[in-house]
Design a protein around this ligand. Sequence first.
Ligand SMILES: [Ca+2]
Length: 487
Amino acid sequence: MIQFLTKTQAGCRRGFLCHLLHRITTLTILTAVVLFSQLIYTQSVKAKSSKKPNIVLIMADDMGYEALSSNGSLDYQTPYLDNMAKQGFRFTHCYSQPICTPTRVKLMTGLSNVRNYYQFGKLARDQKTFGHLFQAAGYKTCIAGKWQLGSEADAPQHFGFQQALLWQHTRKGNSVDGFDSRYPNPRLEENGKKLEFNMGEYSSDLFSDYVNNFMEENKDTPFFVYYPMALTHCPFSPTPDSDDWDPKSRGSKSYKGKAQYFKDMVAYVDKTIAKIDNKLEALGIRDNTLLIFIGDNGTDTPIVTNTTYGKVVGAKGQMIDGGNHVPCIVSWPGVIKQGKVTSDIIDFSDMLPTICEAAGIALPSDIPFDGVSFLPQLQGKKGNPRDSIFMWYSRNGGEQSARQFARNQEYKLYATGQFYHVPSDLLEKSPLKDADLDKETLAIKSMLQNKLDEFAKVKHLSFTTAKGPKPKVKKNANKKNAEKKAA
Ligand SMILES: [Ca+2]
């Protein structure tokens, strides 16, 4: 019994020490686990908050400012884009170039056309694009939609896009027997490889599927998607949602098609934006994705749109407002905390510096970028809004035929001296005379003249001897064979 007690007491003493040691050890381990967990959590939050944003830049073709119901259209409805605008930013003064290629060159390089535009349908091979900048920064890059910037098979990769599904890349936009190949059963190229579709496919569905697949595959890495849509360029023709959609159609044979379908095409743009936006949401990356929707130039003729501010006549290709006033909706739920309609004026040279700043990409110092980043405004700051924009436009690149203006939200001054009040004179029929102007308006005119003078000093670079290969001009005799081979 004594022995048992002694043993028990000794056991108790040993047990107490063991218990104490055990508790100390457990507490030490627990503390280490808690500290370690906190460290992991802090790093994870830090990683999450510092993860570079994805950029999705979507540009409709020939869809002017007035085509969105949020911008005043009474004839078409764009509920999805309208809702996106309500929660994001809607710019009421965004200006492109009057037609496709000049706009694309300006958008992709961040430079005024006066510096680097040389030919319709071409982008000089020695130019640096936003694709290059994002790829160099470790982004995965993708382009889908319309190309029309050089038919070399490697063109999209050469300009910084790792993945590409394009229309009018290595082939012309029409088949040899005259069908437009951009919409139903389209002829496309994926990374330069020809693809034929003949099962009732619609190009917008193919492009948006491609974009969505790319985003899914790269959801864990920052990515940059540039989607220059085929819609809503002519030929105005049925979409899969039109009553008379024909899945066997080979496309329109007339260049313009029928204007009555423009409405359906606008609705399909809206539906496509919803499809991509919903995909971002489903992937759990919507908050960290900056999505920008723009139009590449004004609506084409013969489209006339009734709006809350009167009839707007499509003026693609022209210097008047209807030729280059375009929609711009910006959505970034993780950053834009409150929806805003802004009258800050922006042009297409501003997109490159804005998306680069959003991604933390420093602009190369050897390129004289013309844009101003509007990122601060998206972040709720005043930023550095422009007092005016400058446009230099020459369809075929010649300096002699170039037209130029500088403008602010209300007034526009041409290099040739004509001065207009745009809101009251959309068609620019009544140039203002100095004698009729008050001091304030004369000061605006003087400010715009300074802008014109500033760009008058810029040297227009000639790309007739561009570093890249000159485009091969096919002779008519060879055209038929080339088209047969392509098919
Ligand atoms: Ca266009």
